[in-house]
Design a protein around this ligand. Structure first.
Ligand code: ADP
Ligand code: AMP
Length: 207
């Protein structure tokens, strides 16, 4: 099954993607992770992407679409994939239609007023990518799953989060209508415990 996880920054896409990927045996493809990895390695894509990710703006469509098209051709995607963070505007969604067929779009629905706190309090494992929130870490700085070091993403600050939410409203939110009209959108309430939200997603996928 080819699945897209849609939702505002901080809605819980990455958190849920880990769980969905494990249960349904699908590769988790996060364009944000791909860009961060390129930035860390200092590649040409990384150098270009950094100027956009640092400001909370979208990396140009041409670059992003090419990366995703190539990634979906890899062997591990032959039985399906889980896209997280792509597409992020109508152009990307239309491009994706040209090179793949989407079966289900899970929209993690959450009031935007909750997201500033979720994102500014987010801590991510350097090793496995698991996300945590400072409020639940009790001062711990090590990942519960793998023992990796936790860090705060550079773009998880008030100013950049403000930009990212604006970009979401203007460019990504219209995809809800786009995929509703295609008959593939499945809405899931994103408020509640992580495991509760996961159960809702599984129900929506198994429907
Ligand atoms: P996204 O990938 O959509 O940007 P994340 O999955 O990284 O979002 O989650 C953003 C923040 O919200 C993290 O700090 C994470 O621990 C927290 N979070 C995720 N799901 C929930 C939830 N159901 N309830 C409360 N906080 C959550
Ligand atoms: P994320 O990890 O999904 O929060 O993404 C982090 C940043 O990577 C975004 O703020 C963008 O700058 C960039 N990015 C991720 N996915 C895309 C995409 N599909 N199109 C353009 N830029 C993206």
């Amino acid at each position: 099954m080819n699945i897209i996880l849609l939702g505002a920054p901080g809605a819980g896409k990455g958190t849920q993607a880990t769980r969905i990927s494990e249960k349904y045996h699908l590769p988790h493809i996060s364009t944000g992770d791909i860009f961060r990895d390129n930035i860390k390695r200092g590649t040409q894509i990384g150098l270009l992407a950094k100027s956009y990710t640092d400001r909370g703006q979208l990396v140009p469509d041409e670059v992003t679409c090419k990366i995703v098209e190539g990634r979906l051709q890899e062997a591990d995607c032959s039985n399906g994939y889980l896209l997280d963070g792509f597409p992020r505007n109508l152009f990307q969604a239309q491009e994706l239609d040209q090179f793949s067929k989407v079966d289900a779009v899970i929209n993690i629905d959450i009031d935007l007023s909750l997201l500033m706190d979720r994102l500014c309090g987010r801590r991510v494992c350097k090793n496995c990518g698991e996300s945590y929130h400072v409020n639940f870490l009790n001062g711990k700085t090590i990942c519960e799953k793998c023992g990796g070091e936790l860090y705060q993403r550079k773009d998880d600050n008030e100013e950049t989060v403000g930009n990212r939410l604006k970009v979401y409203n203007e460019q990504t939110a219209p995809l809800i209508r786009f995929y509703t009209e295609k008959g593939v959108l499945r809405n899931v309430d994103g408020v509640g415990a992580i495991e509760e939200v996961f159960e809702r997603i599984c129900k929506a996928l198994d429907r």
